[in-house]
Design a protein around this ligand. Structure first.
Ligand SMILES: Cc1cc2nc3c(=O)[nH]c(=O)nc-3n(C[C@H](O)[C@H](O)[C@H](O)COP(=O)(O)O)c2cc1C
Length: 370
């Protein structure tokens, strides 16, 4: 049997194979951040399709970090019953499920503006080339509130039956903003040195552990490097990953730090039409894997089963993490398991993402009925 279908453990959590559904925002929650029937269907389709571990989309831990009206929330206890239904439905089908703990930082500005509220970021960047919306620099009290919100959200995730939590430390969002010297120009204990730019991660990690204990799997998706010059370097991005493993995180998924302007400078690159263009974070994941002793998840443009097998066999990664291919073909893992070795159909056009931004729910445009 292919190595991809061997069970593998994250701490004490046994996953039935090495496939992860990488976190994918679906725009399907109700306006109060609750789980809907549509989401139960989406997740049960994925679980029926054979994936080992499903990571939900971004779930906001505090209203100041919300980014969309149709985004799941972990900010109140009242959300737990709906989340329990979701985790039970996935478990009944043999898959495991983690929830992605999220705060958008200054990226909440567009959404909060509509509510006449102001977003929070690490600091104001006067010469910013990427971001023009208004927000304010987080006070130490803001930081305390957000830290506690992450811990409380992890406690709720545990109570709702999630097998793990994944802290969102990548892309354009709060933790990436604190880690990057481009967006973090603070001069207090949360800015300046590399240690200081990692302080929020550390405090959040400790608060999560306080809520869930030592045996519960706590994962992080982290940025290897920012998508433009002058931001986080791979030297610091990989060192951060190493620190996360030393602190006690249980698995790492290596992705983009802050995004640049073009798709090619983001986590969802396009035109992956040849095997040479696949696995675009391979180099970062492989190098990080050599620096840590916890499982690593490689994500980013993986489409061909031969390549995935080779990456795991060579020890460059422990897990294969997929997002867009599973939007097009939620059952592709079972198809591969049954011997079909065709490359994923996904053409990486990013229309799934663009439609979500327009307010539609998650789907592949190639699957739209003509
Ligand atoms: C429609 C869409 C939604 C996404 N939502 C999330 C998300 O909620 N959290 C996250 O960490 N990454 C998110 N991503 C990034 C993916 O998890 C993944 O890192 C990226 O798409 C590269 O993997 P792929 O080539 O297999 O799609 C999203 C990507 C897409 C296309």
């Amino acid at each position: 049997m292919s190595i991809l279908f061997e069970p593998i453990k994250i701490k004490n959590l046994e996953v039935r194979n090495r496939f992860v559904r990488s976190a994918t925002y679906d725009g399907c929650s109700d306006r109060n951040g609750r789980v809907t029937e549509k989401q139960i269907k989406l997740f049960t389709d994925l679980a029926d399709g054979g994936v080992g571990l499903i990571v939900t989309g971004i779930a906001y831990v505090h209203p100041s970090g919300q980014i969309s009206p149709f985004q799941n929330s972990l900010a109140h206890d009242a959300l737990i019953p709906g989340l329990k239904r979701l985790t039970r439905a996935v478990h009944d089908r043999g898959a495991k499920i983690a929830v992605q703990l999220f705060h958008a930082g200054r990226e909440s500005a567009r959404f909060l503006e509509g509510k006449k509220e102001q977003a929070i970021g690490p600091s104001i960047v006067s010469d910013d080339l990427f971001f023009q919306k208004e927000y304010h620099a987080a006070t130490v009290e803001d930081i305390r509130v957000i830290t506690r919100a992450f811990g409380d959200a992890a406690g709720r995730a545990n109570a709702a039956g999630f097998d793990a939590v994944q802290l969102h430390g990548a892309h354009a969002y709060l933790l990436s903003q604190f880690l990057s010297p481009y967006t973090n120009r603070r001069d207090d204990e949360y800015g300046g040195s590399f240690e200081n730019r990692l302080r929020l991660h550390r405090e959040i990690y400790l608060d999560i552990r306080k809520q869930v204990g030592d045996t519960y799997p706590v994962l992080i998706k982290t940025g290897g490097q920012d998508g433009f010059a002058g931001g986080l370097t791979f030297r610091e991005g990989s060192e951060a990953a190493k620190r996360f493993s030393q602190w006690g995180f249980d698995a790492l998924e290596i992705s983009q730090g802050l995004r640049g302007i073009w798709y090619e400078e983001t986590e969802f690159r396009t035109k992956i039409n040849r095997v040479e263009k696949e696995a675009y974070f391979r180099d970062w994941s492989k190098k990080v894997k050599r620096m840590v002793n916890i499982p690593v998840m490689m994500v980013g443009g993986l489409r061909s089963i031969e390549l995935m097998e080779m990456l795991v066999e060579k020890g460059e990664t422990d897990f294969i993490s997929l997002c867009r291919p599973l939007i097009k073909e939620p059952h592709i893992i079972n198809a591969w398991k049954s011997g079909n070795r065709a490359r994923a159909d996904c053409i990486s056009c990013n229309k799934c993402f663009e439609r979500l931004v327009r307010g539609e729910t998650l789907h592949c445009v190639l699957n739209e009925k003509k």
